[in-house]
Design a protein around this ligand. Structure first.
Ligand SMILES: NC(=O)c1ccc[n+]([C@@H]2O[C@H](COP(=O)([O-])OP(=O)(O)OC[C@H]3O[C@@H](n4cnc5c(N)ncnc54)[C@H](OP(=O)(O)O)[C@@H]3O)[C@@H](O)[C@H]2O)c1
Length: 267
């Protein structure tokens, strides 16, 4: 974001919020705490809402944050959703994004939905200690996208502040420049990091059994496995022109992402 554009950065722990030029840190404010969100959002005109963690109450949390903003004068909401959001999406965590989209459509506030593709960073975070990424992704493809490209698209729309933006009520599908299989994607991570990441396909049964042995909950197992199944299904394979059309620059090839998480940080 440009330093000449005032920003309010809101989080649950202000000490974790970065200090940026032209930005004020606000909070602590949890989305579900409407009172704290009202205080934190006072003075804002546009709310960029990053979705909370999928713990079963995301719709309520997001609605609380939006209604708090509207109560103190927020005129526009920019919501980061997920590519393929639908009530019947294969990826478990894409289903409640669709509910937030429906809430926004009827909330009476100007809004734009950004359906982000799967992050380029996620496969590295799904790798185990041996740098193996395994799951039932088959030969399906996904147009993985970098965080910076998503942020650049949101920034361009946020700065388009006329009384009516062409992006009002739009759903923008933000993807990378090409649809890759997991084998191709993980090979790119290996090239970019210089480390021997590799993809090992599993059947759904193998994936389930392995995760069950790790002792994680059923919801976590479903989220984890359905991430791969969504890739296998092709639901995230579309490549759109949103990044070049909105930012004026080509979408970033995944191997040029400037950040790779450590293994096992998305377990
Ligand atoms: N497209 C993809 O491939 C992909 C991949 C991974 C995650 N995601 C989704 O992206 C979203 C963000 O994930 P992330 O790992 O980037 O999250 P994160 O870093 O934990 O959170 C992003 C920001 O949102 C704030 N936030 C989250 N929940 C909040 C709440 N209940 N109340 C107030 N502030 C809250 C955080 O503030 P705090 O400082 O208070 O934590 C932080 O500033 C999640 O919905 C996740 O499911 C998408």
């Amino acid at each position: 974001m440009r330093p000449d554009v005032p920003q309010l950065l809101v989080g649950r722990d202000p000490s974790r919020i970065p200090e940026l030029p032209g930005a004020q840190r606000r909070g602590p404010a949890e989305y579900a705490d409407t009172g704290a969100m009202r205080t934190a959002l006072t003075g804002a005109s546009t709310l960029v809402l990053i979705s909370g963690h999928p713990r079963g109450r995301r719709l309520e949390e997001h609605a609380s944050a939006v209604e708090a903003g509207m109560a103190v004068g927020v005129e526009r909401v920019l919501y980061v959703s997920l590519l393929g959001a639908a009530p019947t999406a294969t990826y478990r965590n894409a289903r409640d994004h669709w509910m937030t989209e429906q809430f926004l459509a009827g909330a009476g506030v100007r809004h734009t939905v950004f359906r982000a593709g799967f992050y380029a960073s996620t496969p590295a975070a799904l790798a185990d200690d041996e740098l193996v990424v395994s799951g039932p992704g088959g030969d399906g493809r996904a147009a993985f996208v970098t965080h910076d490209d998503i942020a650049d698209v949101i920034t361009a729309v946020a700065l388009d502040e006329g009384p009516r933006s062409e992006h009002d009520r739009a759903t923008l599908e933000v993807t990378g420049p090409e649809a890759l299989t997991l084998a191709e994607m993980v090979a790119r991570v290996a090239t970019a990091t210089g480390r021997p990441y590799r993809y090992v396909p599993e059947t759904v049964e193998e994936a389930f059994a392995r995760r069950w042995r790790l002792g994680v909950s059923g919801v976590q197992i479903e989220s984890w496995i359905s991430w791969y199944q969504a890739i296998a299904s092709g639901e995230l394979s579309a490549v759109t022109d949103v990044v070049p059309r909105i930012t004026g620059s080509s979408a970033t090839p995944v191997e040029q992402a400037d950040w790779w998480p450590t293994p096992k940080t998305a377990w």
